[in-house]
Design a protein around this ligand. Structure first.
Ligand code: AMP
Ligand code: GLY
Length: 433
């Protein structure tokens, strides 16, 4: 079978590697891909943009693609899956109506309320005046401001006080926090540990990946501005097997049931971003895709070829499939970001890579391109992700940091504390329930 992967970042590089390794897969096309993906065996990059639905449809038809897997959210929200299914093509991802779980935070809140999913209290406002009035009555100094639509990671401001929140509200309604600024949420600030739980769903059933923890802030010790994610590790001990089962029962299954009840069943990867606090967990957000850089650690931990389960989920029946992780194995991913990230990432810096890598390590490309002269250049905020595996979390993390000095580009930014919450005794993962 030939597989088409839509996207061109680190998540898609991880996906391409895992599906290319499947004996069921003859070749992998990635649109648009990147230079790291192009160097993988059995894999070819095609210059079709991830947002070009008709171009992707034409590609899938002419290349007789047996399964298309969609990486990023924007094409899902734009209806790529609807278009592929209408053309009779097998595709893994939610239709537009179900992708609203990520496309609209207000919709996600509505679904969570109907499904009884624990989540932070939120109000939706459509005018600046109403939002400012609500803010003046807000019971705590901290408040979270979120624009309703897809905002490419820029739509959330965690305000420490009302002055910051008011300024965020002005930015939101002024369109400076991304699209969707005509509907803005004020949300209760929650403390705790964040964790990402991702489930492969067929509309009814779900298979859960081991939980991963992302590091959203640019700076060590979780300081500075939010990013797309500076590193991950899995399994994250903040959720043990019992907790994960509770997430299935209290979050994933009720949401799948509610989406079915609405006539918009959810197929594909359902990603719950959770805050784990002293009294349990709350959902912060849903994404309708694999996480980036969560995928980089989750996929490498799987005990078996996931392609049969991907096909089964796309066909709507996961019965009999599993997605188990290899017991006793750990994975970490350390992101190398460009100078100026996240505000204004610089592009075009030459990248130096080591000639060989230890077997437990892979360097996945995210924001890179080849210059006409063949040199590898930075081409985005998150440039590369070093992924490492090992029998302990310490070993997986150490494997990443061992190769990091050999990967050089001007202004390279890297957090040296990936997995700090799990590695440091007395950290925030101590059990509080
Ligand atoms: P989201 O896109 O909703 O995940 O928000 C981006 C980031 O903002 C999250 O990963 C959290 O770090 C933070 N965040 C979002 N909502 C809250 C909340 N209610 N309380 C505290 N932090 C939050
Ligand atoms: N790493 C978080 C995300 O993919 O949204």
């Amino acid at each position: 079978m030939r597989i088409l992967i839509v996207g061109g970042g680190g998540r898609e590089h991880a996906l391409a590697r895992i599906v290319a390794a499947s004996p069921l897969v003859s070749s992998v096309l990635v649109a648009p891909g990147n230079p790291g993906i192009a160097a993988e065996p059995k894999t070819r990059c095609v210059a079709v943009d991830a947002s070009d639905v008709s171009g992707l449809l034409a590609l899938a038809r002419t290349e007789s693609v047996g399964l298309t897997i969609v990486g990023p959210e924007a094409p899902l929200v734009a209806g790529l899956v609807d278009a592929f299914e209408a053309a009779g093509l097998r595709v893994l991802g939610p239709r537009a109506a179900a992708a609203r779980l990520e496309g609209s935070k207000a919709f996600a809140k509505e679904v969570m309320a109907a499904a009884g999913v624990p989540t932070a209290r939120a109000e939706v406002h459509t005018t600046l005046d109403a939002a400012l009035a609500a803010l003046s009555r807000w019971p705590t100094p901290e408040v979270v401001v979120k624009v309703d639509g897809l905002a490419a990671g820029k739509g959330v401001v965690v305000a420490e006080n009302h002055a910051q929140a008011a300024s965020a509200l002005r930015d939101a309604f002024g369109g400076r926090l991304g699209v969707g600024g005509d509907r803005v949420l004020l949300e209760t600030w929650l403390a705790g540990d964040e964790v990402s739980v991702i489930a492969l769903c067929d509309g009814e059933r779900a298979l859960l990946f081991p939980p991963a923890q992302d590091h959203k802030r640019i700076g060590e010790g979780d300081t500075g501005p939010n990013t797309g994610g500076m590193g991950t590790y899995a399994p994250a001990p903040v959720l043990d097997a019992t907790d994960l089962e509770r997430v299935r029962q209290r979050v994933i299954e009720p949401v799948l049931a509610e989406m079915r009840r609405r006539g918009t069943p959810f197929r594909g990867f359902l990603f719950a971003g959770l805050m784990v606090g002293p009294n349990g967990f709350d959902v912060l957000e849903f994404n309708v895709r694999l996480g980036d850089p969560e995928a980089q650690v989750m996929l490498g931990l799987l005990a078996e070829d996931p392609v049969p389960a991907f096909v089964a989920a796309a066909e709507g029946d996961l019965t009999g499939h599993t997605l188990d992780a290899r017991p006793g194995e750990h994975a970490a991913c350390v992101v190398l970001a460009a100078a100026g990230y996240p505000e204004a990432p610089r592009r075009g810096d030459p990248i130096e890579l080591p000639s060989g890598l230890p077997p437990a390590v892979a360097v996945l490309h995210a924001g890179t391109r080849r210059a006409p002269d063949g040199r590898l250049l930075t081409d985005g905020g998150r440039v590369l992700g070093i992924t490492g595996r090992g029998p302990t979390l310490e070993a997986a993390v150490a494997a990443c940091y061992e190769v990091a000095p050999g990967i050089r580009f001007e202004g390279r930014q890297m957090r040296r504390d990936i997995a700090h919450r799990a590695l440091h005794a007395g950290g925030d993962t101590t059990r509080r329930r």
